[in-house]
Design a protein around this ligand. Sequence first.
Ligand code: SAH
Ligand code: DHB
Ligand code: MG
Length: 222
Amino acid sequence: MSQQQWSAVDGYFTDLLGPDDEVLRAAQRESDAAGLPPIAVTAHQGRFLHLLARIRGARRILEIGTLGGYSTIHLARALPEDGRLVTLEYAPRHAEVARANIARAGLADRVEVRVGPALETLPILDAEDGEPFDLVFIDADKDNYPHYLEWSLRLARVGAVLVLDNVVLGGAVLDPAAGGVRAQGVRTTLELLAKDPRLDATAVQTVGDKGWDGFALAVITG
Ligand code: SAH
Ligand code: DHB
Ligand code: MG
């Protein structure tokens, strides 16, 4: 099995099932042109996130790690007209590119990009005491995933879905010595998911355009 075959199948699924519209292509293009790292979810993975939000009937979505807003657009498109997505981004330049992409997608009325280290913006969000979130997508710095999981439990409702990107890291999850703080952050988070009585969780491995990786999925049960 090769990367080439994984990418070919991703292409086949995306061509057949979508989505691959001009708004999404433009978001990708503008992110690349601005020099953002090519680490957004693939079109196919974005579709997966979108469907999870639809299945959950999510009205309030929290994203940690915006980049150019590519996954944001997939997720926000699942919201009803009065729905809301808050996305947290450390790098002002990334947030700027994301805001333009989100506006071009016609989603500026539903999406708010907040700039700063998430560990500083999450407590602010908490203090605002808004409606709890129905879905949280965690996709920022992996070493802080354990903290992002704790904040998600604080900010999301019972029944909410949590999705965590990059829990396989090309297999480095099994080799924390080689995988460094990122692999260690993911492992600690998976252990928290496993033992927390408020959560039921699983993990799904993926191959495709972004190589070998995976998502952890959890539901808040109480
Ligand atoms: N979800 C995006 C990809 C996010 S990449 C997509 O699929 O389209 C990870 C992003 O997290 C980067 O833009 C990075 O700048 C941001 N990030 C890294 N550390 C962060 C932190 N401590 N707080 C908030 N954002 C952070
Ligand atoms: C990286 C981060 C991601 O969120 C991702 O999906 C792939 C790679 C990274 O920091 O290299
Ligand atoms: Mg990711």
